[in-house]
Design a protein around this ligand. Structure first.
Ligand code: PGA
Length: 257
């Protein structure tokens, strides 16, 4: 049985003070003994250490929103995976749609980052998803295939205990438009079958596939109830404890059966 993962992507938001307050609220509300659901927050780089100290020992992990594929050295403005591990990151988001579409990251760039993060022992949350125009022209499966093939090129089956896939339809991110549970389930099924045909049934069964795109307290339960949805990558609603906590609770309730 796959354990739910609920991850908050804070993007380029919060201050040191507001992020700390948010993390403190999570620590207060998410029971320490919570084993049912893995909880992760991904603050901006400058706050990783501060937030990491607040959540330390609570089971809530910290993740970065990006990383360099290079080893430490002369790469002005970049952040090495060694540094992420050094400040206590458990995970790193790779290939988020804002990085693909605004910052023009390619599947080849993403693949290098995936390899580097895996080698550093980090959990990789590889984000994939189609644009609205691609969905309308019925290219969703083809886009997912290209992004999975490119992002996971030369990645061995053995690495999959460190890999999580996040399906995030670009048209649903930050727009208030959510994929219907049926749309999400159908893309997740496609991704699970992709893992089965490119790796194995065992890997397809064990790998978590998160849904992201306008997840809110009022739609979380229905999305998370889908057979192939194993958690949520939450943007806007992860910035407010009163919205993020009910999403975690929805996952806790569903895991209790
Ligand atoms: P959203 O963002 O929840 O604000 O739509 C999700 C994401 O970008 O990861």
């Amino acid at each position: 049985m796959r354990r739910f993962l609920v991850a908050g992507n804070w993007k380029m938001n919060t201050t040191k003070a507001s992020g700390s307050q948010l993390a403190q609220a999570l620590v207060a509300e998410v029971p320490k003994e919570n084993q049912a659901v893995e909880v992760l927050v991904c603050p901006p780089f400058p706050y990783l250490t501060t937030i990491g100290e607040i959540v330390k020992g609570t089971g809530i992990g910290i993740g970065a929103q990006n990383c360099s594929h290079e080893a430490p050295g002369a790469f002005t403005g970049e952040t090495a995976t060694e540094m992420l591990s050094d400040v206590g990151c458990r995970s790193v988001l790779i290939g988020h749609s804002e990085r693909r579409h605004i910052l023009k990251e390619t599947d080849a760039d993403i693949n290098l980052k995936v390899k580097k993060a895996l080698a550093a022992g980090l959990q990789v949350v590889l984000c994939v998803g189609e644009l609205q125009s691609e969905r309308e022209s019925e290219q969703t499966d083809a886009v997912l295939d290209t992004q999975m093939t490119g992002g996971l090129a030369e990645i061995d089956a053995a690495a999959f205990d460190q890999i999580v896939i996040a399906y995030e339809p670009v048209w649903a991110i930050g727009t208030g438009l959510t994929a219907s549970p049926e749309q999400a389930e159908s893309a997740h099924q496609y991704l699970r079958n992709w893992l089965k045909s490119h790796y194995s049934s065992e890997i397809a069964d064990a790998t978590r596939i998160l849904y992201g795109g306008s997840v809110k307290p009022d739609n979380a339960k229905e999305l998370l109830s889908q057979e192939n949805v194993d958690g949520a990558l939450v943007g806007g609603a992860s910035l407010k404890a009163e919205q993020f906590i009910p999403i975690i609770q929805a996952a806790v309730e569903l895991s209790a059966g």
